[in-house]
Design a protein around this ligand. Structure first.
Ligand code: GCO
Ligand code: MN
Ligand code: MN
Length: 386
């Protein structure tokens, strides 16, 4: 079998909203018809995916009656069973309905904030019913254009109140759920609250149940902020907070593009995969969509491409670790101190000795760490000539 053909063991997931994206943009109407969620399940299973994620409204239109909801959910569950797909993650649409035009949990109107919490609890019930273990909070319209609205501090407090309330709800219901905050710097708002992985990490520490809450970083979002995605997920891993991940691609400084994984910046994709393969065992979720130019065949080519590129890069990551020349270059780069390992344990005596130590700085100033060679070896590995 082709080694890059995905299987459920690879744990690739897509959202109903990703492959189901109809190609609408601010300038133009949809270019593709909507997909029936059960058809999406069948196609994703055929392509080798592991699971499918959803917003409440991707499956059950807002305003459906209880019996309509149950009918839709039962039909969807049958499709999941028939095709062996799971739903590892669920989330709430808190952005399409105009009621959320100035935010959901951070709306200046308390009635909207309370409605957003109620909608999220119902969406959580749905997610748990479908088997989800991760619940994502993407800010959507949590943000502002007019700082004269004077809610910058209130918004953070309201956001915190909502997450604290919802974590108590999940615990009260006995749900086995972890929350994953998904930062984004802008779009659809001029300025989003919790714009980057770093800001979300700081915010989590202020919550009532910080242990329940981690991150769902997205490649495009950090890139839109002019930041490096591998650096961002390293920070999340370091904090023990990489609960989920949204993979796609994006040109820095452009509108939110949601490109196919690896479509734009293969090196960023490679170092992302290297970190994920070595430090993350959750689902690999592709939060991207086919170009607006594409028809349904293009959608499945897009989905297959995301997974295939990930697998090719995972193979490159294994080769990166096994490559003797790269290993030698890395060993040369990471120089030891013959006088002792770092970090030494602090004692007053050690600190005094360290302050008094006569460092031979001249060779350190002159030493070339070999990064040009190391980077070129990586490029050659990625281009398939080693
Ligand atoms: C975006 C976001 C969304 C979220 C989704 C799930 O830029 O629109 O990435 O796709 O990931 O709402 O939380
Ligand atoms: Mn996004
Ligand atoms: Mn996302």
């Amino acid at each position: 079998m082709d080694p890059y053909t995905p299987t459920p063991a690879d744990r690739f997931t897509f959202g109903l909203w990703t492959v189901g994206n109809v190609g609408r943009d601010p300038f133009g109407e949809p270019t593709r018809p909507p997909l029936d969620p059960t058809h999406t399940v069948a196609k994703l299973a055929e392509l080798g995916a592991y699971g499918v994620n959803l917003h409440d409204a991707d499956l059950v239109p807002d305003g459906s009656s209880a019996s309509e909801r149950d009918r839709i959910v039962a039909r969807f569950k049958r499709a999941l069973d028939d095709h062996g797909l799971v739903v590892p993650m669920a989330t709430t649409n808190l952005f399409t309905d105009p009621v959320f035009k100035d935010g959901a949990f951070t709306s200046a109107d308390a009635r909207v904030r309370h409605y957003a919490i109620a909608k999220t609890m119902r969406a959580m019930d749905l997610g748990v019913e479908l088997g989800a273990r991760t619940y994502v909070f993407w800010g959507g319209r949590e943000g502002a254009e007019v700082d004269g609205g004077d809610k910058l501090l209130d918004a953070l407090a309201w956001y915190r109140d909502a997450l604290d309330y919802l974590s108590d709800y999940a615990r009260g219901q006995g749900y086995d759920l972890r929350f994953a905050l998904e930062p984004k710097p802008n779009e659809p708002r001029g300025h989003a609250f919790l714009p980057t992985v770093g800001s979300a990490l700081g915010f989590i520490a202020t919550l009532q149940h910080p242990e329940m809450v981690g991150l769902n970083p997205e490649l495009a979002h950090e890139t839109m902020a002019g930041l490096s995605f591998p650096h961002a997920i390293a920070a999340a891993i370091d904090a023990g907070k990489l609960f989920h991940v949204d993979l796609n691609d994006q040109i820095m400084g452009r509108f939110d593009q949601d490109l196919r994984f690896g479509a734009e910046n293969l090196k960023t994709a490679f170092f992302t995969v290297l970190l994920l393969e070595e430090h993350y065992d959750g689902p690999r979720h592709f939060d991207a969509h086919a170009l607006r130019t594409e028809d349904e065949d293009g959608v499945w080519a897009f989905a297959a491409g995301c997974m295939r590129t990930y697998k090719m890069l995972a193979e490159k990551a294994r080769r990166f670790r096994a490559d003797p020349e790269i290993a030698e270059a890395l060993a040369a780069y990471r120089a030891d101190d013959p006088d002792g390992a770092w970090p030494p344990r602090y004692t007053a005596e050690h600190a005094a000795a360290l302050k008094a130590r006569a460092f031979e700085l001249e060779p350190l100033r002159r030493r070339g760490p070999g990064l040009e060679r190391l980077d070129q070896l990586t490029v050659e590995l990625l281009l398939g000539v080693r």
